[in-house]
Design a protein around this ligand. Structure first.
Ligand SMILES: [Zn+2]
Ligand SMILES: [Zn+2]
Length: 143
């Protein structure tokens, strides 16, 4: 967990103005990987006092656009945010309980960007979601 000063430095490095909501959202997502917007709002409110939904939405968008956060959106779920950026890691998602676990890229460094046929596209991201059941759910009988 980076120190508060580290979050300020991250904003400055991304050429973003340092504001209280931005610091609070960065800290919240660092502490709670894969949080959805509502969770981020309640964490920010708990830690930093009143802040509007719209302010948090705006900050999430700004930080994601700046590359400080990554957004991903499992089908059938709400969008999630995480601070682990730039490594093109993938996700394991449980169909039963919605648990999400990071998994490193399947092929290492220049992650999974070597499509079998790139169709002439310049590829900069591969989004891979492995769907299944988490260990806890796998132990339960199928509902
Ligand atoms: Zn599960
Ligand atoms: Zn992740």
């Amino acid at each position: 967990m980076p120190t508060p000063g580290r979050f300020e430095a991250m904003l400055r490095e991304a050429a973003l103005r340092v504001t209280r909501p931005r610091l609070a959202v960065l800290a919240a997502v660092h502490a709670h990987p894969h949080a959805d917007t509502d969770s981020v709002i309640s964490i920010v409110r708990r830690d930093s006092g009143e802040v509007s939904h719209q302010a948090v939405y705006d900050v999430l968008r700004t930080l994601t656009d700046a590359g400080l956060l990554r957004r991903f959106h499992p089908e059938g779920s709400v969008a999630r945010y995480e601070a682990r950026v730039g490594d093109n890691h993938h996700h394991l998602v449980c169909r039963s309980c919605g648990a999400i676990t990071d998994v490193d890229c399947a092929v290492g460094e220049s992650p999974c960007l070597a499509a079998s046929d790139d169709g002439g596209y310049t590829i900069d991201e591969a989004e891979v979601i492995y769907w299944g059941r988490c260990p806890t759910c796998a132990r339960q009988p199928v509902p």
